[in-house]
Design a protein around this ligand. Structure first.
Ligand code: RB5
Length: 149
């Protein structure tokens, strides 16, 4: 499994702690920035990551901004991307089991390091349940195909 990870300045510190977690789990990743706390525009970073996920260049992605919200809004503009704002291990687990979220977005101003770590691990360890959830994802894909060229 290979992941991409990106943040803006609001998520920079939390991203670094998630990088350590991924390394400790020997998960391969590409870090798309940022590399400092200098102020940037989160759509630039979310778009780079979502493009890679949408094209299948990586298996999934982790985005971190102040709240996770702006990153998720941006990532969901890309075909094939199902980005979920996750705030705890339960929402992270559900985002994979029910929604097959291939991107999670976390808030560096929302979660402390320990809770963010548990949240990321819950997403990594969960499996998409399929069944009735597959039908619902197919409906989302139909909507996407109709509305996005
Ligand atoms: C940046 O100040 C902040 O707006 C951004 O990190 C994020 O929270 C947006 O959703």
């Amino acid at each position: 499994m290979k992941l991409a990870i990106a943040s803006d300045h609001g998520g920079f510190h939390l991203k670094n702690s998630i990088l350590r977690l991924l390394a400790s789990r020997k998960i391969e990743y590409v870090d798309l920035g940022v590399t400092s706390e200098d102020s940037v525009d989160y759509p630039d970073y979310a778009a780079q990551l979502a493009q890679k996920v949408g094209k299948g260049e990586v298996d999934g992605g982790i985005l971190v901004c102040g709240t996770g919200i702006g990153m998720a809004i941006t990532a969901n503009k890309f075909k094939g991307v199902r980005a979920a704002v996750v705030t705890d291990p339960f929402t992270a687990q559900m985002s994979k089991e029910h929604n097959d979220a291939n991107v999670i977005a976390l808030g560096g101003r929302v979660l402390d390091e320990a809770k963010a770590g548990a949240t990321v691990q819950a997403w990594l360890d969960a499996k998409f349940e399929g069944g009735r959830h597959e039908r619902r994802l197919e409906k989302i894909a139909e909507i996407e195909n109709k509305n996005f060229k």
